[in-house]
Design a binder for this molecule. Structure first.
Ligand SMILES: [Zn+2]
Length: 285
């Protein structure tokens, strides 16, 4: 397992799955073979599956250990959930994510903060577990930090993801609703990055002059580094999602900020750099 360091903070990826997920033609309205074929040679096989033509997406969390806190950013899909938008994600029984988390050396009771970039099925599933027929928080000692705007939107949706992954945390008294620029301490703070969802946030990490950022779903595929204006057709507000992605890429490009992605292929972590022909590129570390 690879451990990364940002100053005196350690960072581990906690992977749930990494597999071919969906064709770019299904989610990007602007995608055509003319735009994608010239890039197959570097997209395949890690980011684009040559057999199925589907984009390969990991679903993963990041575990941070600071001097004061043990923090999870996002909690993947989870088990036994009733969400049925993606058939393979419904009623899963595979607890690989839990095993991968404990392999980092932390116990569930050790997590004292859970941050949530947004309330989609693949980002908040392990917030809760089924116990005696009830959804209860997986991390008994954690405060779960939810952006107020995100919570308010999904409260009105009241979908299965909200009812199973978010509401039980609120009812247990472990949720904290915050502004989208909330700062926990000198090490951890949020940036509002709305568009993919109403209250999407990025989580910034800083220590001893070094910085990192977990960007949630501002990027789903390296294709969006070449075509930053391609945005999934299931985004909440497409122009706003494009604006947030552009702002992040422009701000981060050619800096030392380590970018922790939710869905770029393994190792998923690296630096955004300028590319003379492709607009942006990603140097994986
Ligand atoms: Zn996602």
């Amino acid at each position: 397992m690879q451990t990364r360091h940002i100053g005196d903070i350690t960072i581990n990826r906690v992977l749930e799955i990494e597999e071919p997920f969906i064709s770019p033609f299904e989610i990007f309205d602007d995608a055509t073979p003319e735009f994608i074929d010239p890039h197959r040679h570097w997209l395949e096989p890690k980011a684009l599956d040559p057999q199925t033509g589907k984009m390969i997406l990991p679903v993963q969390s990041y575990l941070l250990r600071t001097r004061r806190h043990t923090i999870l950013i996002d909690t993947c899909i989870g088990c036994r959930k009733s969400y049925d938008g993606v058939p393979e994600w419904k009623d899963r029984r595979d607890d690989a994510w839990l095993r991968n988390l404990t392999a980092t050396g932390v116990a569930l009771r050790d997590i004292d903060y859970v941050f949530c970039t947004h309330m989609h099925v693949d980002h908040c599933g392990w917030n809760t577990q089924l116990q005696d027929g009830r959804w209860v928080p997986t991390f008994p000692n954690a405060r779960y930090i939810f952006a107020r705007d995100e919570y308010a939107f999904f409260e009105t949706q009241n979908n299965a993801v909200f009812r199973e992954n978010v509401l039980p945390v609120m009812e247990a008294g472990q949720a904290v609703l915050v502004d989208s620029d909330y700062q926990l301490d000198d090490n951890i703070w949020l940036t509002p990055t709305p568009g993919h969802t109403a209250g999407h946030v990025a989580v910034n990490i800083g220590s001893q002059g070094h910085t990192a950022i977990m960007i949630g779903d501002m990027l789903h595929t390296p294709l969006q580094l070449i075509y930053p204006d391609w945005t999934p057709n299931f985004d909440f507000d497409l122009p706003l999602a494009i604006a947030s992605r552009r702002k992040f890429l422009d701000t981060c490009c050619d800096t030392n900020t380590l970018v922790l992605t939710a869905h770029l292929p393994s190792p998923s972590v690296g630096h955004v750099v300028f590319h003379p022909k492709r607009e942006f590129d990603f140097n994986y570390l």
